[in-house]
Each structure stands twice: as C-alpha cells, then as structure tokens.
Design a protein around this ligand. Structure first.
Ligand SMILES: Cc1ncc(COP(=O)(O)O)c(C=O)c1O
Length: 409
C-alpha cells in the first residue's frame, strides 16, 4: 500500500534525515493568541520601510523599462543594480567591481549557494555559538558538521577559534560580526584584525554575513572584515561576503548579494542557474532605481532612530522589571536583545530553562524565542532572544511587565 507514510520513508532523500523545521517557525504557530505581545519576531518593521520611495521607484520602472523588468534576465543580476550596489558598498570602504557581485534571492540564497558549492558531507564548519538558525539548517542539509565557538559581546573568541581551526581543519568559518542575529554582538576592530591574520594563515574559507551593519544606533560598527581584508595580505582571497537589502529596504524584494573569488563565483552562478535562473528582474529593477534616487540614507536615518528608541525602551523596562534576574548587554544596533536568565530553582523546575519559561510567558501573554536552538551543539538553555523591532513603546513596557509576572507566578 502506498500510504503517504510509506512514501515518505521510501522516497525522501537521506540528507533530510534528522532535519526539523526551525524552533522559531513552530513558535510562530502559537503567536496567533489574541492579545499576545510578541517579542519573538525577527522581521524589520514594515512601517519603517520606505514604501513611498519604493512606490515611486516601481512607477518609474513600469514607465521606463517595463519590457526588460518583466522579462527573464541574466543569472548574475541586473547590471544597473550591480552598479548601484558597487557604489553603495564603496561608502563602506568595500571596493569591488560589478563582476565581483552576484545578485541572489535574499542573502539566504547566497548562504545556500555557498553550501552547495563548498560543503561535502562531513566537512567541518565553525560557527559562532550562538548563530543564525537558517544558516545552520542550510549547511546541515549539505552534510556539514557544525562546531560552535564561544562568543562574548566583542564577538567570537579568537583564541578558541584558532584552537578549533587547528583541531578540526575546517572547510568554512561562518561569522556575523556586526549586530549578530541572535546575540546583537559586534566584533571589535582588534578582533577583526586578528581574524584576518588567521584567515591568511590557515586554509579555510571565511564567510562574513552582514545584513545588519547599517542598522547602528549611535556609532557605526568597525569596517567589515571584507573591507579590512585589503589591509591584511593573503586574507582577501579567503573571504566571502553576504549582503542583503532585506533589513534596510524590504525583505519582500528578496535582494541579497554574494561577493566571492572568481573561481567560486562562477560555480555559484552555475548553481543559481539551476535553482531559480535569476533573482526577480522586477525586484532588481525597482531596487536599482530606488538606490539611484538617493533616498536610502534618509530612510536609514529614520529607521536607526526608531530602532534605537525601541531598544532603549526595552532595555529600560528589562532593567526596571527584571533587574538582576536577567543578564544582558544593551544592543548598539540591529534588531535584538540577547540575554540570560540568572539561575534559581523553583518548585516547578529550573528558572533558567528558557523553553519552560516561554510556556509560562505565553500563558501571561508575551512571547520570546528560547535561545537553545541558536547553538550548534551544547545549548545554553538559559538564553533567550527578544526583538524590539516591531513592538510599540506600550507593547514593550507591557510585554516586559508580563515577563516579570511570569517570573513570579
Ligand atoms: C544573520 C542573517 N543572515 C541572513 C539572513 C537572510 O536574510 P535575507 O535572505 O532576507 O537577505 C538573515 C535574516 O534574518 C539573518 O538574520
């Protein structure tokens, strides 16, 4: 009998064994509860995206280049968008040519193309612990063995990373050095320079995933590792840079990009051809016109102010309501506060287990993401991620009050 259960068992590819939907997606199913305040999301606030600017850009696209914007396009991406991005990146001291950039369908696709082109089953990939969930899932799909390296608020622990390079001889090292998801950490300039020296010394390829660096509150983060690699001989050719317009223009456009050495870029283009032929020409044309209009800097200033204000509200509320029960570093940019319950035992169990906590918090009408899933190996169950990005002042204050109530339940 060809029951769906039998078919699933006999047909699904082995590579899917042991892979599960992300904890966050499962959590989202619970978030429909009426009145629930969600600090669990990872999205930017749609209300802060420059919709009027995108409407103008779209109108211009339809008026001036409808036939090409509605047609198939080159796998590498629309030349006009690649040119605009080259200019945009030059403001961040990233000096590249149009041909160095591959436009991808979100930076998520850049990460997938890296996995597809570089990872053999059993290859070791070193990642920060904690790190971005989707990258772990994607690399695991290609058979990667992920090894977590400890981090603090200044980013990855460089000594531990070098020890792991020596121990595991990894194929890849994956870092989110600026306002990481989930930790919000910013790798210091001093550590960035040390990382580049390691890149020059060992054979591994390095990935810099950088969707958040423009979302700083006061000071920009240090220059990207990719930009700095110009200063450290022998490091540039090891470096892959993933960028995205999702957090600063619109995630719905699905525009990301990959900068990689030409030998790898060529293979990534080939794989992209088989995956989706090219990123939406319409989205690319709109993004190119938008960037050409010069509206991005003021749209970004507006976003930074709003996120900074929300982060401040959340930080103040956490300090006031939870005090020493919750340890965290105030974020300097990005969308997240990452923190850790300080241990105490209650009759119902260990307070520091975030999943257990989340149940109680949801019962009180507030949700966060338990930190466990962000660790590749041994999870720190006391950690959690809170997003301030889409909540109002009232929701942030009320949400933290509810967390405090859950604590004293
Ligand atoms: C660290 C990190 N990398 C990559 C992505 C993927 O973004 P996108 O595919 O929308 O560019 C995200 C999205 O949340 C992220 O947090």
């Amino acid at each position: 009998v060809f029951s769906s259960e039998n078919l699933e068992k006999s047909c699904l590819a082995d590579r899917l064994a042991g892979l599960h939907t992300s904890a966050i997606r499962e959590l989202f199913k619970l978030l429909g509860q009426p009145g629930l305040i969600s600090l669990a999301g990872g999205f930017p606030d749609a209300g802060l995206l420059d919709a009027p600017g995108l409407a103008l850009a779209s109108q211009q696209v339809f008026e001036t280049q409808a036939s090409s914007a509605l047609q198939y396009g080159a796998t590498e991406g629309l030349p006009a968008l690649r040119e605009q991005l080259v200019q945009w990146l030059s403001h961040k001291q990233i000096r590249v040519q149009v041909d160095d950039l591959l436009i991808t369908t979100g930076s998520q696709q850049a990460l997938d193309l890296i996995g597809k082109t570089l990872i053999n089953p059993g290859d070791v990939v070193l990642v920060e612990a904690p790190t971005f969930l989707a990258t772990m899932a994607c690399f695991r799909l290609y058979g990667a063995h992920l090894v977590g390296i400890p981090c603090d608020t200044d980013g990855v622990d460089v000594e531990a990373l070098e020890a792991a390079i020596i121990q595991y001889n990894p194929k890849l090292i994956y870092l989110i050095p600026s306002f990481s998801n989930p930790s919000g950490a910013v790798c210091s300039l001093e550590r960035r320079l040390k990382l580049l020296e390691l890149a020059a010394r060992y054979s591994a390829m390095w990935i810099e995933d950088d969707p958040y660096s423009d979302l700083y509150f006061d000071e920009p983060p240090p220059l990207s590792l990719f930009a700095l690699s110009e200063q450290v001989p022998g490091s540039r050719e090891k470096w892959l840079y993933c960028g995205s317009l999702s957090k600063i223009l619109s995630p719905g456009l699905r525009i990301g990009y990959l900068i990689a050495p030409s030998w790898l870029q060529a293979k990534a283009v080939m794989c992209k051809q088989f995956a989706d032929a090219h990123t939406s020409t319409l989205s690319q044309a709109i993004a190119a016109v938008y960037l050409g209009m010069g509206r991005m800097p003021s749209a970004l200033s507006h976003m930074r102010l709003a996120y900074a204000q929300r982060a401040k509200t959340l930080v103040q509320a956490l300090r006031q309501e939870l005090g020493e029960a919750f340890l965290f570093m105030p974020p300097r940019g990005g969308l997240f506060v990452w923190g850790r319950w300080q241990g105490q035992e209650t009759s119902a169990g260990w307070v520091q287990d975030s999943a257990w906590w989340n149940q109680r918090a949801i019962a009180r009408g507030v949700a966060f993401v338990p930190g466990e899933a962000f660790f590749p190996q041994i999870p720190d169950k006391a950690c959690l991620r809170l997003s301030f990005a889409t909540a109002s002042t009232e929701q942030l204050n009320q949400g933290v009050k509810r967390l405090a109530q859950a604590l004293s339940d």
